[in-house]
Design a protein. Structure first.
Lengths: 331, 160
């Protein structure tokens, strides 16, 4: 790890002032992604601003019937919170499908949103990577890209977003609350992460002088009909090759609303709300699920080793929708 | 620049001067001589460095020592009571859940955190609780048996 200075912020205003004063400073929350990347020399901050003592923890009800997750609530706090288990089991299951108990005890909501790709070239400072050093080229496109994206890629970067939690938050249409020097703003989940385009060095639409303060869950949690399906190489310690968060509203066997978010296939949790409407008013049959899976993957593009993901994603979508359509969700 | 940190380690107040880029693991092992927590992968993968921080198991290789300032740390060295092994430690020995022993401090601390929260865990709960601890020797079965046994022996006794 490079050497850096360390400060601990006591309030949000101080944290924002300190981060604005030094372009190479970074916030540290649970540290499980940042310290990992610092050990690999991928991140070399001049200063760490410890935000863990800010009062941004906790999980509270909101007046609109939803819940607010504090940015510093740990992944463990969220996954085992009684109201999350009861009303948003999709979120709880997605979190528990990731990392390990020790990591989830440290990892925070804000840090999980901002965790960086696990692309092996991004981690290997001896190889060219546009995300690390803009303009030098992407080693993954013609390289070892088994884990990489098949949707929304660019000629500059084919990295995938590694989070499980974010896939559930995308399906739930959560809202990210941020505060910066110009005040507070709210960012719909779909607009938080971005596609790589020709600036893959920028992962999200959060500005450098902004801090995440929390994530709001809308009142609807799709507790009756949901599934989180994560396909990976091993049952623990592996990031998703493909994951699917499926959330359905049903009237008998008829689907009245469908939400599908995909993980491991793009630079951000992948949603295509237009295509999801294909299921509205339809009955919960394999044929209908297959049709929507084909449509969701219509523009998918493989890069050699990750071509299998296209078929895998389709099969995973069909299975997740089948699971979600049962009242007792099995995932 | 070094920073002064004060924390509680195994019930005792401890003060140290550390560079911000030192991990809690290296502080415990090198400055305090507590070598029970092991350095395995250094990346959050293996769990050999597990310690209990404010009641929760964490990977001390991914925690900065400065982040532990003002907090409470329990390492494997703090588990025995006046030279008498903790029931989980006894159960690991009796069941044959220790071979090379590299994973054992982390395994036992993950088990302790589980039993503190859920004194009568199911086998699934046990397997989840130790899913962040890799063992290359035992095949896990004996470890699960040891924790089940400890949950039994702990019955009616204070597990602290
Ligand atoms: C071995 C291993 C396996 C893993 N497996 C999985 C998995 O299967 N699925 C999965 O989803 N994740 C997995 N993870 C990733 C883990 O979930 C993330 O590391 C974690 O969520 C990051 O949270 P943190 O609080 O530790 O973030 P930190 O490391 O503290 O921070 C990450 C980034 O976010 C910034 N940041 C943090 N909080 C804020 C805030 N409030 N406002 C603004 N910026 C902020 C930091 O500056 C930093 O750039 C794994 C990690 C490891 C090490
Ligand atoms: S896929 Fe993206 S992160 Fe990976 S090497 Fe290419 S530019 Fe870097
Ligand atoms: S040494 Fe910390 S997890 Fe392996
Ligand atoms: S006993 Fe050797 S690694 Fe577990």
């Amino acid at each position: 790890m490079n050497s850096f200075s360390y400060t601990r912020a006591d309030d949000v205003a101080t944290a924002l002032r300190e981060v604005a004063a030094d372009g190479a400073a970074k916030f540290i929350a649970g540290g499980t992604n940042l310290i990992d990347l610092m050990k690999e020399n991928v991140e070399r901050p001049s200063r760490l601003i410890d935000i863990t003592r800010l009062t941004l923890g906790g999980i509270r009800p909101r007046s609109d019937g939803g819940l607010r997750l504090g940015a510093l609530a740990t992944n463990t706090d969220v996954a085992y919170h009684k109201e999350i288990e009861r009303r948003y089991p999709l979120l709880s299951k997605a979190i528990l499908a990731g990392a390990s108990p020790q990591l989830r005890n440290m990892a925070t909501v804000g840090g999980n949103l901002l965790q960086r790709t696990r692309c092996c070239y991004f981690y290997d400072t001896a190889t060219p990577c546009n995300k690390r050093t803009p303009g030098v080229g992407c080693s993954a496109i013609a390289g070892f890209n088994r884990a990489h994206a098949i949707l929304g890629t660019s000629a500059a970067c084919i990295a995938s977003h590694p989070s499980d939690m974010c896939v559930a938050l995308a399906a739930l249409e959560a809202v990210v609350r941020v505060t910066g020097s110009v005040g507070e703003r709210v960012v719909p989940f779909a607009a938080f992460h971005r596609l790589p385009g020709d600036t893959p060095n920028i992962d999200t639409n959060l500005q450098a002088d902004e801090i995440i303060t929390g994530v709001d869950l809308p009142a609807r949690g799709f507790a009756e009909h949901h599934a989180y399906l994560k396909i990976r190489d091993r049952a623990s310690y592996a990031f998703a090759l493909v994951s699917v968060a499926a959330a359905l509203e049903m009237d008998g066997n008829t689907i009245t609303e469908a939400r599908l978010a995909l993980g491991g296939v793009a630079h951000k949790p992948w949603r295509d709300p237009q295509t999801e409407t294909m299921l509205h008013g339809q009955s919960a049959t394999r044929e209908n699920f297959k049709r929507v899976a084909e449509a969701l993957l219509r523009d998918a593009k493989g890069f050699g080793r990750n071509r299998f993901k296209i078929e895998l994603a389709k099969l995973a979508i069909v299975r997740a929708l089948s699971q979600a359509s049962f009242k007792e969700a099995h995932s | 620049m070094k920073r002064i940190i004060t924390l509680t380690v195994n019930g005792e107040p401890v003060e140290g001067a550390v560079e911000p880029n030192r991990t809690l693991l290296s502080f415990l092992r090198e400055d305090l001589g507590l070598t029970g927590a092991k350095h395995g992968c250094g990346l959050g993968d293996c769990g050999a460095c597990t310690v209990i921080l404010d009641g929760k198991p964490v990977n001390s290789c991914l925690v900065l020592a400065v982040q532990a300032d003002g907090r409470e740390v329990l390492t494997i060295e703090g588990l025995a009571d006046n030279g008498k092994l903790h029931p989980i430690q006894e159960a690991f020995i009796e069941t044959g859940a220790i071979q090379c022993g590299f994973c054992s401090p982390g395994m036992i601390l993950s088990a302790k955190a589980l039993l503190d929260e859920s004194p009568k865990p199911t086998e699934t709960e046990i397997r989840t609780a130790i899913s962040g601890n890799l063992c290359r020797c035992t095949g896990y079965q004996k470890i699960v048996e040891a924790i089940l046994a400890a949950a039994g022996t702990a019955q009616g006794k204070e597990v602290s």
